[in-house]
Design a protein around this ligand. Structure first.
Ligand code: SF4
Length: 286
């Protein structure tokens, strides 16, 4: 379903709009889409085309998100749509993040009601693809959930590539986040993901003040599997709060990237090094 976007401006004397949801600040001509392929300029207005469009829905263990220290042992209704504002060459969910897949519409009220059902369900996790580009739907669902049952959790599994204004609007409704910190150098973000590092650092700093957060770094062989890189990541997180958990996960070839799987011995070394800065370092995909 189409719905007018919340964060954009129409440029004077033109039909172009400037989207202000994420750090790409796409300038979009009439009829065209932004980089995330879910926001379209129609007659000098910006619309999100995936409002309520569900591509995936499942009840998952919270640890699968991964969130290891947030309500452990529980399950959470997990939902996603299509599209992403990054283009990671190694994306494990590229079939929904980089393509317009078939969906089924569900109103915000219907999804909120479903999220508030079930004794073994703690709420809702927006996951599978990048949730922040689903901003309007997430905001509406999360607001309704908090009205219906304050004990239900709202969780985001995100790349953290969102501007400060939208993030601050969403954070009061969010209980926990897992944020990807894909590397600690801008070249990696630019070359492999089509993004940049600084906005993600800002998101982590802001989110840490507002809710429970955990960080995930995929260690990609030949790209960011260097101890200096891991040390910079751990030191940055530790300076915010050494109790923030860090998940170091093993890469396997996927989508466009054919590098071999990451050496598990390196991941063990990386865990030990990160443990000098952080109290909880976990290894994943091993
Ligand atoms: S949310 Fe989409 S349209 Fe908006 S700036 Fe980001 S990539 Fe561009």
């Amino acid at each position: 379903m189409k719905r007018e976007a919340t964060f954009y401006e129409t440029l004077p004397d033109s039909n172009r709009v400037k989207c202000q949801l994420c750090p790409h600040y796409c300038l979009i001509k009439d009829g065209q889409f932004g980089s995330c392929r879910v926001r379209q300029n129609e007659g000098a207005r910006l619309y999100t085309i995936n409002y309520g469009e569900i591509a995936s829905l499942a009840l998952d263990p919270i640890e699968k998100k991964p969130l290891k220290f947030y309500r452990p042992g529980t399950h959470i209704l997990s939902v996603g749509t299509f599209g992403c504002n990054l283009t990671c060459d190694f994306c494990q969910n590229h079939t929904i993040s980089q393509a317009h897949v078939p969906t089924r519409f569900m109103s915000a009220k219907d999804l909120a009601q479903l999220a508030c059902q079930g004794e073994d369900n703690i709420g809702i996790a927006f996951t599978y693809n990048e949730p922040t580009i689903w901003f309007e739907y997430i905001y509406d669902c999360a607001s309704l959930i908090k009205e219906m049952d304050r004990d239900r959790s709202v969780v985001l599994i995100t790349n953290g590539y969102i501007n400060e204004g939208p993030l601050l609007k969403l954070l009061p409704l969010v209980d926990a986040m897992n944020i990807d910190l894909k590397a600690f150098n801008n070249d990696y973000y630019k070359r492999l993901c089509g993004g940049s590092l600084e906005p993600v650092k800002k998101t982590i700093e802001l989110a840490a003040k507002a809710c429970h957060i955990e960080i995930t770094t995929l260690l990609v062989s030949g790209e960011n599997d260097r101890l200096e890189e891991v040390e910079k990541i751990a030191s940055f997180i530790g300076a915010i709060d050494p109790d923030i958990p860090l998940h170091l996960t093993r890469y396997f070839p996927n989508y466009k990237l054919k590098n071999p799987p990451t050496d598990t011995a390196f991941i063990v070394k990386a865990r030990d090094l990160a443990g000098k800065y952080l109290n909880h370092v976990l290894m994943g995909n091993i």
